[in-house]
Design a protein around this ligand. Structure first.
Ligand SMILES: *[C@@H]1O[C@H](CO)[C@@H](O)[C@H](O)[C@H]1NC(C)=O
Ligand SMILES: *[C@@H]1O[C@H](CO)[C@@H](O)[C@H](O)[C@H]1NC(C)=O
Ligand SMILES: [Cu+2]
Length: 183
């Protein structure tokens, strides 16, 4: 019993993790470098970049930097007027919008040697349900009825998770009622 409950909780936490934002270290363990001919195009192609994700550039700040550039500058490895410039050796970028986020190393010769990366953030196409508006969420604080073939442990765990949510929803509902009365 206890094992099944733990397993269910673990599965639920894993499910939540999937929708959470990810952290991507450019070049993985190799980092941001010209040593080893890292193929950053290949690296980026294996990732699924999403809005909210974090990109980390880790490198030796004595030898490299990170510049965010336009498409034209990216193509021609022109580092003369970057949009932004970072040089801490451990630069973190939070993705806030869709599209191409283009970076190169501004040290002469490095971009030409392949130290450039295109972080292409595409819109998620999954059939994830849209977040309900606060009003409709408050107006229907009824948990879904458990299906008849659910095992008992699952219902226990589900109930344990749903009760605080239900209490929260009910209290919001109550405060909504009060504010409606006040108005
Ligand atoms: C690099 O970009 C700057 C600014 O856009 C431009 O003035 C310059 O001519 C470019 N250099 C080369 C080599 O293309
Ligand atoms: C880089 O920064 C991240 C947090 O943003 C930290 O977890 C990591 O340990 C840092 N790495 C180095 C080498 O300082
Ligand atoms: Cu470099």
């Amino acid at each position: 019993m206890a094992f099944i409950e733990k397993a269910v909780v673990f599965l639920m936490m894993t499910a939540f993790q999937v929708s959470n934002s990810a952290v991507h270290k450019v070049g993985d363990s190799a980092g941001w470098t010209i040593i080893g001919n890292i193929d950053y195009k290949k690296w980026a192609a294996t990732k699924n970049f999403q809005v909210g994700d974090t990109i980390i550039f880790e490198y030796n700040a004595k030898f490299h930097n990170v510049m965010r550039v336009t498409h034209g500058m990216y193509k021609s490895c022109n580092a003369s007027s970057p949009l932004t410039r970072m040089s801490t050796g451990n630069d973190t970028i939070k993705i806030t919008n869709y599209g191409h986020h283009l970076f190169l190393c501004g040290v002469p010769g490095h971009c030409q040697a392949g130290q450039k990366v295109d972080i292409n953030v595409v819109k998620k196409v999954s059939a994830e349900a849209p977040t309900p508006s606060p009003i409709s969420a408050m107006a229907s604080p009824v948990p879904p009825a458990p299906s008849p073939n659910n095992g008992a442990p699952f219902i226990v765990v589900k109930g344990a998770l749903i009760m605080p949510l239900l209490a929260l929803a009910l209290s919001s509902y109550a405060s909504l009622g009060i504010s409606l009365l006040v108005n």
